[in-house]
Design a protein around this ligand. Structure first.
Ligand SMILES: CC(C)(COP(=O)(O)OP(=O)(O)OC[C@H]1O[C@@H](n2cnc3c(N)ncnc32)[C@H](O)[C@@H]1OP(=O)(O)O)[C@@H](O)C(=O)NCCC(=O)NCCS
Length: 268
């Protein structure tokens, strides 16, 4: 499937193959989902800690609440074990560095191809997106049960056309549509790697009930809509995930797999 229908359940997306070494053809974007609260962490906790660098352990220890430390461990374990599915590199041997605005990228081992990777975490779900080296890639997930005054946030931060489109929705659909726009906007700023240095009102998503999602840019952003492809989907049923990728000229092809990092190794 080259284009995923907007809002489809993620389980309906083509699966990531269960091969020993997974191929990543141009245009393919793999989404690895870890619903880390579905079971007790138990013995996995030690296994996850053993994969962390000392800097990661220090960062983990700085979280005040155990729920945040658990999410952090889940994220580290997911990205390391996922990358090992593509390359003959042990999970603990992957090295990461950060761009100017904090976007992590693969910095080692030297011989390993620098796959595009982006992570998102929300209460209950961590997602690792991976595509072939070179293209910009961003992913965002949100928990739909999160309560906030969504319309007021949209009025304040979204572009004028997005605000109009959101208000035009029937009231019972506004909450989900808000999260659709929110995650899409995050997927774009995360793909660009610049965080809120990109003003949220300077780009607009066009979301209708068709197959494609459009983006339009204020000239000040100096970006070209034709290089971007986006998708959004529902997962399990409280989560929205959006992904944005510059994989042009190839059509984006999404694949998905639900995983529990190191479950097989620890349960042996
Ligand atoms: C990182 C950022 C881009 C997104 O943060 P977030 O939505 O809270 O967090 P997510 O869970 O989606 O992503 C966090 C992960 O993104 C990655 N990340 C960090 N900085 C990043 C950046 N500049 N660009 C892309 N990815 C980044 C990291 O892997 C991070 O997880 P980790 O610290 O455990 O490794 C944040 O700096 C930001 O600017 N948020 C904007 C919030 C906002 O107001 N959004 C409005 C949308 S309408």
């Amino acid at each position: 499937m080259d284009v995923i229908p907007q809002g489809a359940a993620i389980d309906s997306v083509e699966p990531i193959p269960n091969d020993d070494r997974i191929d990543l053809h141009p245009g393919v974007v793999d989404l690895w989902c870890f619903f880390y609260e579905e079971r007790d962490e138990g013995a996995l906790k030690t296994a996850y800690e053993s994969l962390m660098t000392s800097a990661e352990r220090r960062r983990c220890d700085r979280f005040r609440f155990e729920k945040d430390r658990r999410m952090f461990r889940a994220t580290r374990a997911l990205v390391r074990t996922v990358l090992t599915r593509y390359q003959n590199v042990a999970p603990a041997d992957w090295q990461f560095d950060e761009g100017e605005y904090g976007k992590p990228y693969i910095s080692g081992p030297a011989a390993a191809p620098k796959l595009s990777v982006n992570l998102t975490n929300t209460k209950g779900l961590v997602v690792c997106a991976v595509s072939a080296p070179g293209g910009e890639l961003g992913v965002d997930a949100e928990n739909l049960t999160r309560t906030s005054d969504t319309i007021a946030i949209a009025d304040r931060f979204f572009s004028a056309s997005e605000v109009r489109a959101l208000h035009a929705q029937p009231e019972h659909k506004q909450q989900e549509r808000f999260f659709t726009y929110w995650t899409l906007k995050e997927s774009y700023i995360k793909a660009r790697g610049m965080g809120l240095a990109i003003p949220l009102g300077q780009f607009s998503f066009l979301v209708d009930d068709g197959d494609r999602i459009g983006i339009a840019f204020d000239p000040r952003l100096e970006d070209d809509p034709s290089r971007w492809q986006f998708a959004w989907m529902r997962a399990d049923p409280h989560f929205v995930i959006a992904v944005g990728a510059d994989v042009s000229p190839h059509p984006m092809r999404l694949r998905f797999r639900k995983v529990i990092p190191l479950a097989d190794e620890v349960m042996k």
